[in-house]
Design a protein. Structure first.
Length: 332
């Protein structure tokens, strides 16, 4: 399935033209590989067992034949095939959100084939996406944010780094992947903004609070001293690990888990929760939805609108607490 010509063309399109991240393109590829396996008749990786043989070139020849067969099957897909695939996914007890994602992959893939004149119409267009259960994003109250941000110590360089990381995440609302991608010169102390490289390699400028900037400056003083005695330090990277190399998103999650435990906060909180908290608190303090959309780097306003549900619920709770319902008088 990896050698399928039209699938590889699509993945190249995502990488080179749409500038999707490597991780996102891999997810699309995995979804299409699974669909190809379904079309072949149940081989999950899109290749029959015989394609694994390599002696005498049999494996290579079989793989080539399989690839051509998959291309042929993909181009012949109609709406009934797509519906059968969805039924198959439901039988396998995939969640509604996963089924919706796989359907979105197929929709994008066949839209690409129509655009390239390889098929005349998109067979996924008339297939409805499964109705999703609305799950509101988790966010922290102001006091919880304060407790978390003040947990890392400032008297050593790793503690100062971790405090700067948490302050930056909450002050800007950027994604963890965007945070670990920051370089030293992305921080503008005078303009009080940071230069962010977001999804699809789109860039934006995000304001950052003075409190976060102070902590970043404090961390940089530690960092620069460490760098002087360690030639392995990457001079351009802002947030580095103990070896002086760029931090990974997984490392940020591990650090946050550590401070959540120390602070006595729920373990379900993630770095992304700080992004949700930033957006919710911005709206609670009067920011308009379009501004929050730009700050978060959302392509669609509908993605940002989920936070209005949080703020509406908050306002309703405040109202209910301020105006408790009076109990009805009992009948005599």
């Amino acid at each position: 399935m990896d050698d399928s010509t039209i699938v590889q063309d699509f993945l190249n399109y995502l990488n080179l033209e749409k500038r999707f991240s490597e991780h996102t393109a891999k997810c699309y590829g995995a979804d299409l590989r699974q669909f190809g396996g379904f079309l072949l008749g149940g081989h999950p990786e899109g290749q029959p067992a015989s394609s694994q043989q390599t002696e005498g070139g049999v494996g290579t020849a079989t793989a080539t034949q399989t690839s051509a067969k998959i291309d042929q099957l993909l181009l012949a897909v109609d709406v009934n095939t797509v519906r059968s695939y969805l039924a198959h996914l439901n039988e396998q007890q995939y969640s509604k959100s996963t089924v919706a994602r796989k359907l979105a992959t197929l929709r994008s893939f066949y839209k690409f084939l129509v655009k390239r004149n390889q098929i005349s119409s998109n067979p996924v267009t008339v297939v409805r996406t499964p109705k999703q259960e609305k799950k509101l994003p988790q966010f922290l109250e102001y006091e919880q944010v304060k407790i978390l941000l003040e947990t890392p110590p400032l008297d050593n360089w790793l503690g100062a780094r971790d405090r700067a990381i948490l302050e930056t995440l909450y002050s800007t609302g950027i994604r963890v992947s965007e945070l670990v991608g920051l370089n030293m010169d992305d921080v503008d102390f005078l303009g009080e903004v940071i230069h962010v490289r977001g999804k699809g390699k789109k860039e934006r400028i995000s304001p950052i609070g003075t409190s976060a900037l102070r902590v970043i400056q404090h961390y940089m003083e530690f960092r620069n001293k460490r760098a002087q005695s360690n030639s392995n330090f990457d001079a351009k990277v802002l947030f580095v690990n103990k070896h002086g190399q760029r931090l990974s998103t997984r490392s940020v999650r591990r650090k946050m888990d550590k401070y959540l435990k120390i602070a006595g906060l729920p373990s379900s909180i993630s770095p992304h929760t700080l992004r949700h908290s930033f957006a919710t608190h911005m709206l609670n303090n009067g920011a308009d939805l379009r501004s929050v959309q730009e700050l978060l780097g959302h392509q669609s306003l509908s993605t940002t609108q989920v936070y209005t549900h949080l703020t509406t619920k908050k306002l309703k709770d405040v109202y209910e607490n301020a105006h408790p319902r009076e109990t009805e008088p009992s009948e005599n």
